[in-house]
Design a protein around this ligand. Sequence first.
Ligand SMILES: CC(C)=CCC/C(C)=C/CC/C(C)=C/COP(=O)(O)OP(=O)(O)O
Length: 286
Amino acid sequence: MALARDGTGSGAVARAYWSQVHPVFMTPPIAASLFGAILAGSVDPVLAAVHVVAMFAAVYTAHVKDGYVDFHVRGEDDDHPLTERGCRIGLAASTAVFAGCCLLLVALVDVLVLAVVVPTWLIAYHHAPQLDTNPVTATTGYPLGIALSILGGFYVQAGTITAVSLGFAVVFLILLSGVKVIDDAQDYAYDRSIRKRTVAVAVGPDRAYAVAYGLMTTALIAVTAFAVLRIFPLTALVAALAFAAVAAVARRADPELATMLLVRGSYVFLAVLVAAVRFDPLGRLV
Ligand SMILES: CC(C)=CCC/C(C)=C/CC/C(C)=C/COP(=O)(O)OP(=O)(O)O
């Protein structure tokens, strides 16, 4: 039975599976995992790599399942490169890779690591058709995965969760939930037509913007407070300032441009936080 819908042979199958690798969605959890590792201080590259592969496998699972549900079950999408059987085999393969990583982490770290790793797959697998039907879970599912990726990346190195790692995870959960609300607002008309209940569809675009920027502001205030209290490194203030500058520009842009700016702003935010955690130049000055 065919695995790919657009042709036969190993080339067509490989292209179909490769199409489910979405760098826009897969790079952030990988970066988050590595950020967690850096936060822990000393980085064991093997542990970091196993956790990164687990996060990749979780997000791959989410995409294959989402594509399967949107095309084969709901009939929402016009096209999908994998057949139903192709989707099932893809899901089984990515889940097997994820389970293999979990076993390795249990062997190399401890069994408690499962508490911060397994939920990422649960969120990913249940994104469609369960979590994506409710505005709250549709918005927070992916950011929660990123937050858990930070915690998991940290845990595999440090063997514990600290207040600082939890603080960073919560900040990313809130900030990225805000970005996701704007991202979803891009598809407002289409999502409304298929009765997909994003925040923009549920409360209207104007209130969705207010919710989104409220969430981002809350996250930045938390970073500022944690930095001033020296719970986070002082240089984290620069990360908050940089993101605030991007968000101020995005506020006046349409949802498409705003999403593009905010996603890039999130990378700048993360990059400055890495520098803050590693070197804290501002903290050394005062
Ligand atoms: C480790 C980690 C980050 C885990 C979380 C995984 C997770 C929930 C990923 C979601 C990826 C995805 C299918 C996005 C598109 O959803 P959509 O419903 O907005 O887009 P659609 O309109 O294409 O269905």
